[in-house]
Write a protein that binds this ligand. Structure first.
Ligand code: 26Q
Length: 832
């Protein structure tokens, strides 16, 4: 690292950040416009201005980044590495301005240049490098790591195509390719000099070296090069700037060349295409075909690059290899990176020459594993033939880990062969498979679930044997979300009111929001609270009108369910309630119902037919209800297309009611539930995931609870659940299902929803019908509460006041203390 240039950059950045007039910044923007885009102001397009502004902001971060890297290089620090196949980071410009404390300065500078900052913020394409909760969690955690001044690296994949864009045509979801890179990404720095080679296929050779030790070499059939694309992650109002390092795959030239010499030109080109395909596309979850060869290759590719990168940093720092786990903690975000356990063993032994026992100790000390699901169909496994052909050496290592591990199991549970079979890293029933959750668990010193209930169920069910054997290893870290993006950035009105009321201390310690509770009965505060929330609803209403043409009344109760579409999340339970309410009004048009606007958003996996049908059901209900004169606009139903992080910015602050209605025991945590709560929405929900803790914090009187508990769900299923019993017993439910089946919501076509209705009537795996009556009753309690505006506002304030626990800063604090043994390191730009 070159000290002089770092100091110069730091000095310049300091000078610039001290220039409160904003002139220096304005000057930088123009310089970037001219020097990077080759444009002059008079002809610059909004896109040109956006790029120039983004580069100017990036420059500010790079000064902090290099200052951070210099300290990490020189000091004895521990680096937290977050390994994740997904980072759903959302739009960058607004968040970076917020964290740098430059929002006003940037607004003024752009204004002086004749540009509107909001218009520039609006044209930013969001990098959709994740499916949903798990990817967004990784992004929130990166924000908190930097804000808490923890040295950290996020490692992932630089997908060329992220999650698809969703359009609604004729009521159906249509997937459109995500082209987030088409205008270039001003935030990333591509580093061709930071690259690693990753082998695939081929065979292994075993030899005894001159000291009598077994040495294994893997003669790979192909290699792929991974090139680092770095994104700076700026902490909030601190000088720490960490890095998100995403790997892009490239062909290895020398390999092509060899083939070419042999006259195999087309094979060589093919090889190149395959290599570059590796980081091409993010796989949607819930895809039956997603669990295939390319997905495993992606996982190994990014994991191997990341571990090689950590080893390179270690060697560069001059740390001895035995100290690896003192320098790095590595968190496995679900099993997607769990091949890391075998890969670190391979690198330590085959490349760095360590003995098995030493390598294993380092590996276990380095890794920790976060589980995000109990759904058996979502637990990753890979068939042995596929594994063998793609990763022969890692598979050998897995076999050896398993051999030693099963010896331990036999010592722990003597004579219990069934237990050995259950715990084995290899599932031997039917086609043999590698169980990635078992590999991650055995190779880690800590395994955590993502909410208290989830961690308990993990210990009681899928990880029961492991929890018996290693009770100390299992713990809970309840998820959190970043209050920077999801409160300060997206709800500036509310954030300002909170500042005025309790001071700004909550911005760095979210538990201070509880001071708001003292104002929960203050009439003046109520008025201000309501006015801001109404403004937010007006903004969302305008967005809805723009995207769907549907007019909604900001005075209505905004009842919102936004999340990926899945049967276990039960958007169809919500839909059935809307139908029943609609029928009630049709039967008795004079009924006094509180006006409600039901808003849905979320993507269905392209191959998940039932989820797509659930979207069609919602749009079908909207077509009927929104145009029925009997309703007189009292009910509105909206499917807001293309729900993503950016749209979330308008949605969460505008919600009165947050729908968290999954079948108890199925939603590991949920994080949307926390975003809604922070912004003052009340929750209607089951005792599932983090809802349990949300209710504990908010107080049961400020939470609308319904439905079977996880234990009751279990019992009902064990005793033989018969959905038809519930239909028999409930006229409204029968009527609602009959209307769907008759084609009332499918333009008269009775065939459209047949699979959905049949599924509910015959098996209803997620107990929609069993929970229906209680849900309706609970929704009626919601309506009653809403009629009493003072009561509702009080509950809304209390929800925000009690949301402090759900900051990702609290969660990251727990990971640092209980799992990573990582500490804050102060970065001071003024003292390079
Ligand atoms: C697996 C194999 C092949 C292709 C894709 C996948 C895949 C990709 C993403 C499987 C699952 C995911 C994402 C899962 C996810 O988002 N889980 C959610 O994680 C949140 C953060 O902990 C929790 O709050 C949610 O409850 C949980 O559903």
């Amino acid at each position: 690292m070159n000290d002089v240039s770092t100091e110069e950059a730091a000095a310049n950045a300091q000078a610039a950040s001290q220039d409160v007039s904003g002139y220096a910044f304005q000057h930088d923007v123009v310089r970037n416009l001219i020097c990077r885009a080759g444009r002059y102001p008079e002809i610059a397009s909004p896109q040109d201005w956006y790029m120039a502004l983004a580069y100017s902001v990036r420059d500010r971060m790079l000064a902090r980044w290099s200052a951070s890297m210099k300290v990490y290089a020189e000091k004895d620090v521990k680096v937290a590495c977050y390994l994740s196949a997904e980072f759903l980071i959302g739009p960058q410009l607004g968040n970076n301005l917020l964290n740098l404390g430059m929002q006003d300065e940037a607004r003024e500078a752009m204004h002086a240049l004749g540009q509107d900052l909001d218009a520039l913020l609006a044209i930013e394409e969001e990098p959709g490098l994740g499916n949903g909760g798990l990817g967004r969690l990784a992004a929130c955690y990166m924000d908190s790591l930097s804000t808490l001044e923890i040295p950290a690296i996020g490692y992932g994949i630089h997908y060329e195509f992220g999650i698809f864009d969703q359009e609604i045509r004729d009521g159906w979801q249509v997937e459109v390719t995500d082209k987030w890179l088409q205008n270039g990404n001003p935030w990333e720095i591509v580093r061709p000099d930071v690259s690693h080679y990753v082998g695939f296929g081929g065979h292994t050779q075993h030899q005894i070296d001159d000291q009598g030790r077994l040495r294994v070499s893997w003669i790979a059939a192909r290699q792929v090069k991974g090139v680092a694309c770095d994104l700076p992650v700026q902490g909030y109002r601190v000088d720490t700037c960490n890095v998100l390092r995403l790997w892009k795959s490239e062909a290895v030239e020398s390999f092509d060349f060899q083939d070419f010499n042999a006259g195999q030109y087309y094979e060589a080109v093919q090889e190149k295409v395959v290599s570059e395909t590796l980081s091409k596309v993010l796989y949607p979850n819930d895809e039956p075909e997603a669990g295939k060869r390319l997905r495993l290759a992606q996982q190994y590719f990014f994991v191997s690059c990341s571990l090689q990168d950590m080893l390179r940093l270690m060697v560069w720092k001059g740390t001895s290899i035995e100290q690896f786990s003192d320098l790095f903690a590595a968190q496995l975000n679900d099993t997607h990176p769990s091949i890391a356990v075998a890969e670190l063993m391979r690198l330590l032994m085959d490349v760095h020459g360590l003995a098995w026992d030493t390598a294993w100790e380092i590996t276990q000390r380095t890794f920790a594993y976060t589980n995000h699901t109990l759904l058996p169909e979502a637990l990753e496994t890979w068939g042995l033939p596929l594994f063998q052909s793609l990763l022969p050496r890692p598979l050998e290592i897995i076999y050896e880990i398993n051999r030693r591990f099963l010896d331990d199991v036999r010592r722990e549970f003597p004579g219990d062969d069934a237990c050995v079979a259950r715990m084995s890293l290899i599932d031997e029933r039917g086609d043999k498979k590698v169980r990635m959750a078992h590999l991650a668990t055995v190779g880690s010193h800590a395994v955590n679930g993502v909410a208290a209930l989830h961690s308990d169920l993990l210990r009681q069910t899928v990880m029961h044997d492991f929890a018996e054997m290693y009770p100390q290893r299992f713990l809970n870290v309840t998820n959190g979300v970043t209050p920077r993006r999801f409160l300060m950035l997206s709800n500036p009105g509310l954030a300002g009111l909170i500042d005025q009321t309790i001071g700004a201390g909550w911005r760095t310690d979210l538990t201070q929001l509880d001071k708001l509770a003292a104002h929960a009965d203050d009439a003046g505060f109520h008025e201000a609270w309501r006015a801001i929330r109404r403004d937010n609803k007006t903004v969302l209403a305008a967005r809805i009108a723009g995207a769907t043409g549907i007019d909604v009344d900001p005075n209505a109760l905004f009842d919102i369910q936004v999340k990926r579409i899945h049967e276990y999340k039960r958007q169809h339970l919500n839909a059935l309630y809307i139908i029943s309410l609609y029928h009630r009004l049709c039967r008795n048009p004079a009924l006094d119902v509180a006006p409600r606007c039901f808003i849905f958003g979320g993507k269905a996996a392209p191959g998940y037919a039932m989820a797509k049908l659930m979207i069609r059901l919602i749009t079908g209900i909207a077509e009927v209800v929104n145009h029925d004169p009997v309703i007189e606009g009292r009910l509105k139903v909206v499917f807001y297309p293309d729900f993503n992080v950016k749209n979330g910015h308008w949605v969460y602050p505008a919600a009165d009611l947050s729908e968290q209605i999954s079948t108890a025991g199925k939603e590991a945590s949920g994080t949307g539930n926390m975003k809604f709560m922070m912004n003052g929405a009340l929750t209607i929900g089951t005792l599932d995931g983090a809802n349990v803790e949300i209710r504990e914090e908010a107080g049961e009187e400020n939470f609308f609870l319904f439905g079977l508990s996880a234990q009751q769900v279990d019992e009902l299923k064990r005793n033989g659940y018969r959905p038809s019993d519930y239909v028999q017993a409930n006229d409204d439910l029968r009527e609602a299902l009959a209307q769907i089946a008759q084609g009332r919501f499918s333009r008269g076509d009775p065939d459209v929803f047949r699979p959905l209705v049949d599924n509910l009537l015959r098996s209803d795996p997620f107990l929609v019908l069993a929970d229906f009556a209680d849900y309706v009753e609970c929704q009626d309690r919601v309506s009653d509460a809403w009629r009493d505006a003072r009561r509702w506002t009080r509950m809304s304030i209390v929800n925000t006041a009690r949301s402090g626990k759900f900051s990702s800063d609290r969660a990251i604090g727990e990971y640092c203390e209980r799992i990573w043994n990582a500490r804050a390191v102060r970065i001071d730009l003024a003292q390079p």
